[in-house]
Design a protein around this ligand. Sequence first.
Ligand code: CMP
Length: 135
Amino acid sequence: MEQTLCIIKPDAVKNSFVNKINSIIEDNKLIILKSKKIKISKEIAENFYFEHKEKPFFSELVDFMTSDYSVVQILQGENAVANYRKLMGATNPDEATEGTLREKFAESLSKNAVHGSDSLESAQREIDIMSKIFD
Ligand code: CMP
């Protein structure tokens, strides 16, 4: 059974969307295997988003992700990576299909409510990085 890493970002936590998002996740045959509400550290955020290190929005991204509480989760199910990506919708909520999590709950490209691993390889890497927070 596949696993993927999900983050409910600070904007969605602040807007009290966690239960609504998780209810939709569970309705889509994904099991929430682990879930923890934490303030992500700068060290973890920089490592987690390492692939974006050279992008102009990197510092904005790290600042936002460490600004307040997030809910970090491991989801499990058949084709969990692709299923959850589809459920999230496009990164930019203006481009997200109707009914997707980002279309429903995101505020903007940076405050886009949720993160999900983009491949099986990323999922393994991201779960490894976050595993220490579940201990
Ligand atoms: P996420 O799926 O968490 O992966 C990387 C994040 O970077 C992405 O969601 C967006 O929130 C953010 N992002 C991508 N492009 C931009 C951009 N041009 N400006 C600000 N943030 C961005």
